[in-house]
Design a protein around this ligand. Structure first.
Ligand code: GAL
Length: 655
């Protein structure tokens, strides 16, 4: 299959979503002039163009797109052509109301916004296939076309009748019989046993807590249905252009989509990333998403969307201070991105996102935003010939699995304060602050290349995954796990003893008596740190070492951190500095080194192959020791033994 190299051809892709249908054609000329000035080499076209391309059912208006593609081609700008299927025209909803999704309360999601399509609707899929077919047939041979972008941020749910029918088909295929389904869902509880397939519904609004198995399978089903929509369109465009890669853009850490599974169906993995410029850990959020996307891609990936300035969907939307756009863009390149793109090229003057920034803002060419974009375009062009390797060199893998996330998120859990996205963020942040490079991995992946495997939380694990973790440690690996790991099987059936026996043996737990979740502001003191969020009443096996011990309260004297050989178990969440210190210690014992020794706080070091990126996330100048002589690829300067980084400064060092 063609990959990203087919598109980049030695360049870093630079550009963004381009929505020329919002502008008179005179503006297009100006757009192309500015794109060339900024070094834009790739734009994504057509994401929301369905009503323009098919103004009435079955009609086609391709003339404007023909002119646009020709114009871009003449300017040497490649086109990532999107199928427009994420925002159907109003006529589709009017003609086929069944294409409109329903929420769990039965309310219709009407047109007037976007993404008002039911993944299960046969009519929607028919119309989506038809416009995709015609688009692919028309532009397959166009020289501007470089790759395909299917739909946009697949993220919809549907609890309606057609989805209910598809859900039943999906369940039939998964379980084969109602007996198997009843067993998997534990329907003996609350008289929920199903006698006929027709009785089964999506988990709609109910009087009290819903069946966890039904909710879990509905999440799996939703991810699979959206994936079917994606692969149907992908297969159409592939038939016309087998030589061109296909992607669809992920939302970071989005709960609705098993991104490991989806990534297998893409030629290029791409993601949209919008850290809050005011968030003191915005850079770490970026780092997490970039680590995860690179790991899903198992190589190069695309930053498909980011904002050059403010977004307009937070309560208060802040601009990016001078230099931050450059810093965060280069951070993505450091972590393996071969594309730095934006939503969107030109800021809109109308529509719901008119206050969302563009590469060309309302201030136009003279505006600071465009001027910074232009500078970045030039730097990316300078850097491009050098960023050919994408290896992170990470010795540490953080495990994450969507099915486990879905199962663990049931409304009937012991503490709603436990949230997997927060947990992943907290653990990744501790490793990031300790300057340790991390990949992400799925529990089914081969982990043998990593010195340390980190499990912030894997609530539900299959038998095979548990056996693999045990074998990993037996084979010489170091494993550290947080609480609520190995609690349930893949059907969300609690394992005997409250935690799988193989894992209890591995960590040195004889009996897990009780979970003791902690309230907001409540801590569980230990002899070395304060635990937060959660604590546990554990009886250790002989030979297990209590590396930290609860002090005071009901758990006085019981282990808070338990270690047996190279397997570590944290029954609480140490406060941030303690978690950082603990994970740094475990990493050191496992032989996983920080990227660079002695880095000041706020400076991030990232390796991409042989290159060393130093990224300064603060505003006051800092000096960093980097023994030896290096060339900064951005400036050509030769630097010896130390580097001074100014406000949001970046150097890219080749030795
Ligand atoms: C993304 C979306 C874009 C635009 C952007 C604004 O979620 O794909 O179309 O809405 O957000 O931040």
């Amino acid at each position: 299959m063609p990959g990203i190299d087919a598109v980049t051809r030695g360049r870093v892709l630079f550009g963004g979503d381009y929505n020329p249908e919002q502008w008179p054609e005179e503006v297009w000329q100006e757009d192309v002039r500015l794109m060339r000035e900024a070094g834009v080499n790739s734009v994504t076209v057509g994401v929301f163009s369905w009503a323009r391309l098919e103004p009435r059912p079955g009609e086609r208006e391709f003339g404007w797109l023909d002119r646009l593609m020709d114009l871009l081609h003449a300017a040497g700008i490649g086109v990532v052509l999107a199928t427009p299927t994420s925002s159907p025209p109003p006529w589709l909803g009017r003609l086929h109301p069944e294409t409109l999704p329903r929420d769990e309360d039965g309310r219709v999601e009407w047109w007037g916004g976007r993404q008002h399509f039911s993944h299960s609707s046969a009519a929607y899929r028919r119309y989506a296939a038809s416009i995709t077919e015609d688009l692919a047939a028309r532009y397959a041979g166009h020289p501007a076309l470089t790759m395909w972008h299917i739909n946009n941020e697949y993220c919809t749910y549907d609890w309606g009748d057609e989805a209910a029918a598809r859900f039943r088909d999906w369940l039939r295929a998964r379980y084969g019989s109602l007996d198997a389904l009843n067993s998997a869902w534990g329907t003996a509880f609350w008289s929920q046993g199903y006698g006929e397939w027709e009785e089964i519904l999506p988990p709609r609004h109910a009087h009290y807590m819903k069946n966890p198995g039904q909710v879990l399978d509905f999440k799996r089903f939703t991810s699979d249905m959206l994936l079917e929509c994606y692969t149907a369109e992908r297969d159409i465009v592939r038939r016309h252009t087998p030589h061109l890669p296909v992607t669809t853009n992920f939302m970071p850490l989005w709960a609705g989509q098993d991104a490991w599974r989806w990534a297998e169906e893409e030629d290029i993995v791409s993601v949209d990333l919008y850290p809050d410029p005011r968030d003191p850990f915005g850079a770490q959020h970026g780092a997490l998403v970039q680590d995860m996307t690179r790991s899903q891609a198992r190589g190069p990936w695309m930053l498909m969307e980011q904002a050059a300035g403010p977004v307009n969907w937070r309560g208060v939307n802040h601009p990016k201070p001078r230099g931050l756009n450059r810093l965060w863009s280069l951070q993505a390149v450091a972590r393996g991105a071969d594309a730095v793109c934006y939503f969107q090229w030109r800021q809109s003057r109308q529509g719901a996102e008119k206050f969302h920034s563009g590469m060309v803002g309302h201030a136009g060419e003279a505006g600071r935003t465009f001027q910074e974009v232009k500078q970045l375009g030039a730097e990316l062009a300078t850097l491009a010939p050098h960023v050919t390797d994408r290896h992170s060199g990470a010795d540490i893998a953080i495990l994450h699995d969507w099915h486990s996330w879905w199962a663990g998120a049931h409304e009937g859990r012991l503490s709603t304060r436990v949230d997997l996205a927060d947990t992943l963020t907290t653990w990744h942040r501790a490793l990031w602050r300790a300057h340790l490079a991390t990949d992400f991995a799925h529990p089914d992946h081969d982990l043998s290349a990593y010195r340390l495997v980190v499990v912030p939380q894997l609530y539900a694990l299959t038998d095979a995954a548990i056996d693999r973790l045990v074998a990993y440690v037996r084979g010489g690996g170091t494993l550290v796990s947080g609480f609520l790991t190995g609690v349930a099987d893949q059907d969300d059936r609690i394992r005997a003893g409250g935690m799988d026996a193989r894992l209890r043996d591995l960590f040195g737990i004889r009996t897990l008596h009780e979970w003791w979740p902690l309230d907001e502001g409540e801590t569980a003191p230990t002899d070395t740190f304060d635990g937060t969020l959660w604590s546990e009443e554990i009886d250790p096996l002989p030979g297990a070492v209590a590396e930290a011990v609860y002090r005071g309260g009901e758990l006085d004297g019981l282990p808070a951190v338990l270690r047996t050989g190279r397997a570590w178990y944290l029954s609480t969440l140490p406060e941030p500095d303690a978690l950082r210190a603990l994970l740094a210690d475990i990493a050191e014992r496992a032989g996983a080194e920080p990227v660079l020794a002695g880095l000041p706080d706020g400076v991030e070091a990232v390796r991409r192959g042989d290159l060393l990126f130093l990224l300064h996330h603060g505003q006051d100048p800092v000096t960093v020791d980097v023994p030896g002589s290096h060339r900064d690829l951005l400036t050509g300067d030769v630097l010896t033994d130390r580097v001074t980084l100014g406000r949001y400064g970046v150097v890219v060092l080749a030795s």
